[in-house]
Design a protein around this ligand. Structure first.
Ligand SMILES: *Cc1c(COP(=O)(O)O)cnc(C)c1O
Length: 366
């Protein structure tokens, strides 16, 4: 019998697996699996979201003007060159849609963000995986894989799921080593967690270079993951190409208004950043004290730690044990990280409880 046949390159995609919100037995417990803001959302953003309920019959402003203006004002950018998306995920897909096609090559790192491979395969491009350097981005490995078919290099900085960070010098060296026709996508989903002196220079590069696209999101430190809103910055030419293929009304009224309010609530962002820095450092210290049990954390500049289990306690058992104790973390065997758990920084109560549960599991496995 005849039936429509999906394209082979579509069927080759391994679907994205989101962080879980419930346990195997359906309990809703502490969710440390999706790098969300444990402190919630700015009250001002919540209020802006509510007020959008007054105009549900209207289409949103397709040009995202209030979002573009607010971002441009905050970062000193040209509002005409700000692109916006249904989460920054959409912008990552737009980049592949506009700049790569069948037979082209798209490079990303081995322990990288799962969306890059999906975005590449979706347009029939060939994913090219660069080896890591102790879980971190290896600029030389990436540059050595560039061919005349390379169209895009995707880098998350800080990286997810490793939390590792490439310095401004490394990013500049990567950009300098790429041919001008290769689009460098610098995904800054966790950029707001960096200190001011740790800026990787991504926005400055995107302002000046004709082949750099920066992506950012309101899903992480701004606590608006539910609203699906992200933004990007690149040359006018790149942004015009992306506009041609985005959905006409890709960001909602509520999302636009909440994003602008969140951007202006600098106190909430500062508080979230300080909370994260404190508990990330605390948790890293706790994990370091488990070193003789073969448990260690990859150094992180994001809002999570990748914890590696190389001793008697396996990552799978830790994952299940933490779930039994009421803490959902991210075990990533599908990303060749069967020996690691990515654990988001939660509330104080969650961090204390989860760490105690982890200590118990380590002691039990000895
Ligand atoms: C969370 C995340 C994103 C963004 O997600 P959106 O919610 O679609 O904005 C993008 N890149 C990385 C590396 C992430 O971890």
């Amino acid at each position: 019998m005849l039936a429509p046949q999906p394209k082979q390159w579509i069927m080759d995609i391994a679907p994205y697996v989101p962080g879980r919100a419930t346990t195997d037995d359906g309990r809703k417990v502490a969710k440390l699996s999706s790098n969300e803001n444990p402190l919630g959302t700015s009250p001002a953003a919540r209020e802006a979201f509510r007020s959008a309920a007054d105009s549900l019959e209207r289409y949103p402003d397709a040009s995202g003007a209030i979002v573009r203006e607010a971002i441009a004002a905050k970062y000193g950018l040209d509002p005409a060159r700000v692109i916006y998306g249904n989460g920054s995920d959409e912008i990552l897909h737009l980049a592949a849609g506009a700049f790569a096609g069948a037979g082209d090559e798209v490079i990303f790192v081995r322990y990288g963000f799962a969306v890059y491979e999906i975005a590449a395969r979706r347009v029939g491009a060939v994913p090219v995986v660069a080896p890591d350097k102790d879980y971190a981005t290896d600029v030389d490995a990436i540059l050595s894989l560039v061919t005349d078919r390379t169209r895009i290099v995707y880098i998350a900085n800080p990286n997810n799921p490793t939390g590792t960070f490439a310095s401004r010098e490394e990013i500049a060296r990567l950009h300098a080593g790429l041919p001008g026709n290769v689009l460098l996508v610098l995904d800054g989903a966790y950029a707001e967690y960096l200190d001011a002196d740790e800026d990787d220079g991504a926005l400055v590069l995107a302002s000046a270079a004709p082949n750099v696209l920066v992506t950012r999101t309101f899903s992480k430190i701004y606590g608006l993951a539910a609203e699906r809103i992200g933004w990007g910055y690149a040359s006018a030419e790149i942004v015009h190409a992306l506009h041609r293929i985005r959905l006409p009304f890709n960001i909602t009224i509520a999302g636009q208004q909440a994003a602008v309010a969140a951007l202006h609530d600098e106190a909430f962002v500062a508080h979230s950043k300080a909370h994260n820095a404190k508990w990330r450092a605390w948790f890293a210290e706790q994990v370091a004290s488990l070193g003789n049990a073969g448990v260690r954390a990859v150094p992180s500049k994001a809002n999570f730690l990748l914890v590696l289990f190389e001793g008697a306690l396996t990552a799978e058992r830790a994952y299940k044990g933490l779930m039994d104790a009421g803490y959902i973390t991210r075990w990533l065997p599908g990303q060749k990280l069967g020996h690691g758990l990515r654990i988001s920084i939660g509330t104080e109560e969650e961090m204390l409880g989860m760490t105690e549960a982890l200590r118990g599991l380590v002691a039990e496995a000895r």
